[in-house]
Structure formats: C-alpha cells, structure tokens
Ligand binder design. Structure first.
Ligand code: CUA
Length: 382
C-alpha cells in the first residue's frame, strides 16, 4: 500500500471514531429531561413536526453544496503544465437567477407551515385550560394559580392531558418595584413547549400540555445576571386527580403557624424558631411562611416541604442542603447579596443574603443550631 493511501485510510478511521463518539453522546442526551427532539406533549409535538421536515431540507441542501464544492474544487484544481489563469467570467444571468430563485422558493415553502404553526401555538386554549401566572425573578421562578389562589416556586405542578395557559411576566407590581424586575428571562421546558421571553412590563403567553405524568426540566434561556445558569425549574405533571389533591393541599394553612395571639391580643411569633424567623433574622422581610396565596419578594415557603427541590431547582430539598442554604445561601449559588439584610428595594441586594458572612453592624450572625432549627421548622411545612 502506498504511504498516501494508508494515510487516507487512517483519516477515515479517525473520522469514523469521531462520529461514533458524537453519536454515543446522543444516547446520554436522550434522557437528560431537556431533549427538544423528544416531544412529550401536543405543543412540543407540533414544533417537532415542523422541525424535522425543515431539518431534512437543510441536510439535503447542505450535502448538495458540500458535494458541489468538493467536486468543483477537484475538477478545476491546479494542474501542472496547464495555463494557471482560469477563464475570466463576469456574471452569468442564468446562474444568478437560479441561485436567487431556488432559495427564495425554498424559504417560501418553509414559511407556509412555519407561520401556520406560530399562529396555531399562539392561540388561546380557552376557558377549559388551567391558568398559571409565571414570574421570572433574579434568580428563580414563581408560579401562581389565580383561580385556586395558590402561589409556589421552583416547581410548576400541572395536570396531564390538559392545556396549561401560562402568563409570563418578569415583574408583578404586587411584589413592589425592585431592581430585579428589570431583567429579561426566557421560559423554556424543551420537552413540552418552545421558548418564550419573559419581559418586564409585558405579559407574554404560552400554552403547554404534558401527555404523561412525570418531571420535565426547565431552564431560564436568556442571560439575566449572575445566577442565570442556576435559574432552573421543574414542571411536574400529575394525573388530574393527583393534581387536584396537590392543589387542595397547597390551599391549606401552614402546618406550623408563624404567629399566635398573646394575652393582650397582640400578634407575636408562635415559638422560639418563629422568633428567629420574624425578629432575629427578619426572614419575613422577603418570604411568606403562613399563607400560600401571597406573593413576596422571595419564594413563598408556606408549603416548602411539599417540593422536592429548592434554590430554583438547583438543590434537592435535603436537611443538609437546607441548613447550609439558611446559613449561607450565596455560598451555594452566586448572588449579589453581600452584606444585605435589608428589605429589598434599595437596588443593591439581589438574592438571599448570607447570615454568617458580611454581617452588618448591629445584626446577629447565625449559629449552626439556629440554622438547624429554622431548617427543621421549614421541613415540617408540607
Ligand atoms: Cu433568568 Cu436567565
């Protein structure tokens, strides 16, 4: 075998190995919970049905161009002893009309199903759909069910087989004007629907629907600051009966009350841990602990323990994780909250502060025991 041929063979082998490696990675992508090529609901199906034919057309065009390029490069390559200067050509009307008309036609053909799908997906699914308001925050997602008066975070629970009409906004006026409202996010659950931007001062809508019970991973898909990459969420689809059960559980009051009425008829923290939450560390500046219908600056924690994750879906809700989070949240997710213990709104504090570092003068630093007490209190709030 000539050395040249053996080198060619080696190149082919390397290419085959590279393709095999890339394809092997695809099997991992298959089940990562965020595979838009595996639609799990009718809206995602429609997008997929549009994507596949366009992909095939693009592959055919791409291969044709590569073959033509290689063929022409080989056919008209430099040959020894042949005149080096190619024939000088200026314009070719037939060719130019050809490569203008063919792509224009292709785009026109693709535009028909594309525009039809865009209008189809934008249609309001009507009153039978479940209404959910989604608010993109820095850096977590709030989900409100206006009809049931339930507010939750990080995990959007939906019934299977029913359209969910999602209203997307980056700022709810009720939570007050804060600097964290002025950021664009993008709501994306690849297996259930397309991407939709979440814009301050505007309400965008999106319909999604899950065929089967399961957990579908979502992600903020628009750069929104320091912890953009940690701004995850989950859509948890339950059977209609299980969903109703979840919803009525969320409507209940908290397991542990935050306040009680003292002998003088005054509202006071109901116990020592509640005192830590209300007075010592003023967690109530940003969170609601005792009313699942209320929105706040931070996630509503009335039924925190009913969720499987927290910190915008970045951590499983375990005791260790929660204790660390209560003590020093910025060590788990980067946030702009150094030295911040004040209520939000001053335009500097974004995210949960650390209660053991950068303690402002006059404030307490949190002990391990206090963090454990608060975490245990929260873990009872099913
Ligand atoms: Cu929110 Cu990126």
């Amino acid at each position: 075998m000539s050395p040249r041929r053996s080198r060619g063979r080696r190149l082919v082998l390397v290419a085959v190995a590279a393709v095999a490696l890339v394809l092997a990675a695809c099997s991992e992508v298959d089940n990562n919970g965020q595979n838009s090529l595996q639609p799990k609901g009718p809206q995602a199906e429609k997008i997929h049905n549009l994507f596949v034919p366009i992909l095939i057309i693009a592959i055919v065009v791409g291969i044709a161009i590569i073959i033509a390029t290689v063929f022409l490069a080989v056919k008209f390559r430099y040959k020894k002893g042949v005149n080096e200067n190619p024939k000088q050509v200026h314009g070719n009307t037939r060719l130019e009309i050809g490569w203008t008309v063919i792509p224009a036609l292709l785009l026109a053909i693709i535009a028909v199903p594309t525009v039809a799908t865009i209008f189809d997906l934008a249609e309001n699914p009507g009153p039978s759909a479940l209404q959910v308001t989604v608010e993109g925050k820095q850096w977590w997602w709030q989900f409100s069910y206006p009809d049931a008066k339930v507010v939750t975070a990080d995990e959007m629970v939906i019934p299977t087989g029913r359209d969910v009409f999602v209203k997307l906004t980056a700022c709810d006026p009720k939570t007050g004007p804060t600097v964290t409202c002025n950021v664009i996010h993008s709501f994306w659950v690849p297996e259930l629907a397309g991407k939709k931007d979440v814009v301050p001062g505007q309400t965008n809508t999106l319909t999604l629907n899950a065929d089967k019970p399961g957990t579908y991973l979502g992600q903020c898909a628009e750069y929104c600051g320091l912890s953009h990459a940690n701004m995850r969420f989950r859509v948890i689809a339950k059977s209609p009966a299980d969903f109703q059960e979840w919803l009525s559980e969320q409507q209940q009051g908290p397991v542990n009350a935050l306040y009680t009425t003292d002998a003088d008829g005054k509202q006071v923290p109901a116990g020592p841990t509640q005192k830590l939450i209300v007075n010592t560390f003023a967690c109530t500046n940003c969170h609601v602990f005792d009313d699942s219908s209320q929105v706040a600056y931070g996630p509503n924690l009335t039924h925190l323990a009913s969720r499987s994750t927290f910190a915008s879906g970045s951590y499983p809700l375990t005791r260790d994780n929660l204790v660390n989070w209560v003590k020093n949240a910025p060590s788990m997710i980067p946030m702009s909250s150094q030295g911040c213990r004040l209520p939000p709104g001053d335009g500097i504090c974004v995210g949960m502060p650390s209660f053991i570092e950068n303690t402002p003068p006059g404030q307490q630093s949190m002990t391990q025991q206090q963090a454990e007490d608060i975490a245990d209190f929260l873990l009872e709030q099913k």
